[in-house]
Design a protein around this ligand. Structure first.
Ligand code: IPD
Ligand code: CA
Ligand code: CA
Length: 256
């Protein structure tokens, strides 16, 4: 199955690459920050058509068109373009993120970094890979020497779940804090050992499904802000190398 997931991620990536920097229509979802472009929709359509053709009994949960229920225990969780704001502004960090679950357990995940042509992939129990090379999280255990990453939900101005306070707390503690704009890629940089940790509130299952498995299979840990295990529907996500996890939980708890 993983080969099929890689195949369709690359096909979707090609659609996105072709649209990058061109004229495309934009619509607003909840506010002026929350965009969807015609390219998001085209990418999603290609992925759904692919699943319907190759795996007609599989269900799909996709960001732009929601739930497509079928009969089997498999569910494809799809973000057709993660990093739409970056894409729309010409900033070349965005991805296709596809996780496949069997009976609510993620069995494989692919994040395709479109402009760098990098495939991050993982199958449950078999490790994580970046263009075929095995991934391992970092070994750093000191938050003061960490580079960490976060993102913000589209209702950030309402300060949901104390995002501002938590951001400030990490700015004061870590060596460096980054905000890339594609949650799926944030997970992959943790899996690659580039970032030591990633936290965000109010992500959606399609932001989390593939990336969570990729981090876990690279030796990392993914929990909620209390350090408890979570599923892909959790409204708090903390993904780390495992070594800075406790310290990051401590800081997140201080800001509850
Ligand atoms: C967004 C990106 C971003 C994160 C937002 C997501 P989208 O996804 O992953 O990094 O901070 O919370 O909604 O809307 O570009 O698919
Ligand atoms: Ca997303
Ligand atoms: Ca998206």
């Amino acid at each position: 199955m993983i080969n099929k997931v890689v195949q369709i991620s690359k096909i979707a990536g090609e659609i996105i690459r072709e649209g990058f920097g061109k004229n495309f229509s934009i619509e607003y979802k909840t506010n002026l920050s929350n965009l969807v472009t015609e390219i998001d929709k085209k990418s999603e359509e290609a992925i759904i058509n692919f699943v319907k053709k190759e795996f007609p009994t599989h269900s799909v949960l996709a960001e732009e068109t929601g739930s497509h229920k079928a009969s089997s225990e498999y569910l494809w969780v799809v973000d057709p373009l993660d990093g739409t704001s970056n894409f729309a502004h010409g900033f070349p960090i965005f991805s296709v993120s596809i996780g496949v679950q069997k009976n609510n357990e993620t069995v494989c995940g692919v994040v395709y970094d479109v402009m760098n042509d990098i495939v991050y992939s993982s199958e449950k129990g078999s490790g994580s890979f970046r263009n075929g090379q095995k991934l391992q999280v970092s070994t750093n255990d000191d938050i003061r020497k960490s580079m960490i990453v976060t993102g913000f939900p589209y209702n950030v101005t309402e300060n949901p779940d104390h995002v501002f306070e938590r951001f400030i707390a990490f700015l004061k503690t870590a060596r460096a804090v980054r905000r890339l704009g594609s949650a799926a890629i944030d997970f992959c940089y943790v899996a690659s050992g580039v970032f030591d940790g990633f936290w965000e509130v109010h992500l959606n299952p399609w932001d989390v499904c593939a990336g969570k498995l990729i981090v876990e299979e690279a030796g990392g840990l993914v929990t909620n802000f209390a350090g408890e295990s979570t599923d892909i529907y959790s409204k708090q996500i903390l993904a780390t190398n495992g070594k800075v996890h406790k310290k990051m939980v401590e800081i997140l708890q201080l800001n509850n």
